[in-house]
Design a protein around this ligand. Structure first.
Ligand code: UDP
Length: 380
């Protein structure tokens, strides 16, 4: 009856679902939660303020294909994300850039340092902090130490429970030192927030006569991996199965639980017009939380009060209410991950897609692109 069974309705599952539905395929989506949209799900809270229930999500991409694809389902609020770090009351732009340099070192000294950084790395370039720290020039090393200690060390310890040297360098590389005056967090060509929110975007994307959605259902109870193939609800299924959930859970964590970082969110309503200068303020030298998001500044919503959300990172233990947000990339964890993928290798109609299923750190655009490419592969 179905050509595709897709587990999960975040960007990975939803993009595949809509793309193949548009090609005339019948799709069943199995979603564990009571709503669509995965961790990008947003909703109005009781004060009518749009909040991102699973932490702030901001769209940005250099891919025209991704931008054009998503634009079929939403208009955009023209928002360029800017972040500041709160250093005990002093606010500085993050990523560290030439404006930050001026605030930290003052007009005069920063002028000399600016020239040095530009001649060393070239104007407009992006330098990962761990690379900057390798520089042997005393002035540059001094800047690198400042950035390391005031922006990366404590935040990364909170976020990952490890130092910047101990984690995958690609992670701190996401927020490089910028050799320019660009205060934006992302330099991508296209950026913005879905005008009505992410949930309406998903509703529109999944609104197709070829798509059926089953909420509140756990794929683990419906799928079976047998010698002669994959069974769905006790019958052999020969269509494609796209799985976007955590793969260890599908197999009862029999090789161990894949490690993740999770977050506790502390949300509060404040009876004031605004709370902080930017949508996101990072706490890089103090506090137990990593950042505070003020949602109306992300979404452009006008309201009397405001909602702020603090993020407290912690180890994921697999508890009932915990959500695995960040895969922890290292050799040992990938070895465990590979043991799970070995189990499913033999099924040529089974595909792993997304942050959880691939145990990978994806941005929205990265996974949309991957999903579009998978469809091209499957439907060529
Ligand atoms: N990071 C940091 N200080 C900051 C911002 C980022 O140390 O002020 C590091 C930290 O290790 C973080 C990583 O850079 O996990 C990536 O940051 P990003 O903002 O991309 O994380 P996300 O928004 O995906 O949680």
């Amino acid at each position: 009856m179905y050509d595709y069974v897709i587990i999960g309705s975040g960007f990975a599952g939803a993009v595949v679902a809509r793309s193949v539905a548009d090609l005339g395929k019948k799709v069943l989506i199995i979603e564990k939660r009571s709503h669509i949209g995965g961790n990008c799900y947003d909703e109005n809270d009781e004060n009518g303020i749009l909040i991102h229930k699973y932490g702030p999500h901001i769209f940005h991409t250099n891919s025209e294909e991704v931008y054009t694809y998503l634009s079929k389902f939403t208009k955009w609020y023209d928002y360029s994300h800017e972040v500041e770090a709160n250093l005990n009351g002093t606010f500085i732009p993050v990523p560290f850039n030439l404006n930050t340099l001026k605030i930290v070192y003052g007009e005069e000294k920063s002028e000399r340092l600016r020239e040095k950084l530009i001649s060393e790395y070239g104007y407009g370039n992006r330098v990962p902090i761990l690379k900057l720290r390798e520089n042997t020039d005393e002035d540059i090393r001094n800047i690198a130490d400042f950035v390391y200690e005031n922006i990366f060390l404590k935040y990364t310890m909170k976020q990952w429970g490890q130092t910047p040297e101990q984690i995958d360098p690609a992670v701190t590389g996401r927020v490089p030192v910028l050799i320019s005056e660009d205060n934006r967090y992302f330099q991508d060509k296209y950026q913005g927030m879905p005008l009505e929110g992410f949930t309406p975007l998903f509703e529109k994307m999944l609104d197709s006569e070829n798509i059926t959605i089953r909420l509140n259902s756990d794929a683990k109870d419906l799928l079976e991996f047998k010698e002669d193939g994959i069974y769905f609800e006790n019958s052999k299924f020969s269509g494609n199965v796209i799985y976007t959930g955590a793969i260890d859970e599908l197999f009862d964590c029999k090789y161990g639980r894949l490690p993740y970082r999770t977050l506790r969110f502390d949300m509060s309503y404040l009876d004031k017009e605004e709370y902080q200068p930017k949508a996101v303020i990072n706490y890089t030298v103090s506090e137990d939380f990593t950042r505070i998001t003020e949602f109306k500044k992300l979404t452009g919503q006008k309201s009397k009060g405001t909602i702020i959300m603090k993020e407290y990172p912690m180890e994921y233990t697999g508890g009932q209410d915990e959500i695995p947000y960040y895969a922890i990339a290292n050799e040992e964890n990938h070895r465990m991950y590979n043991r799970y993928t070995d189990i499913v290798k033999q099924y040529d109609n089974f595909y792993l897609l997304g942050r959880l299923a691939e145990y990978k750190y994806y941005n929205i655009d990265g996974i949309v692109e991957k999903a579009l490419n998978l469809v091209k592969e499957l439907e060529k």
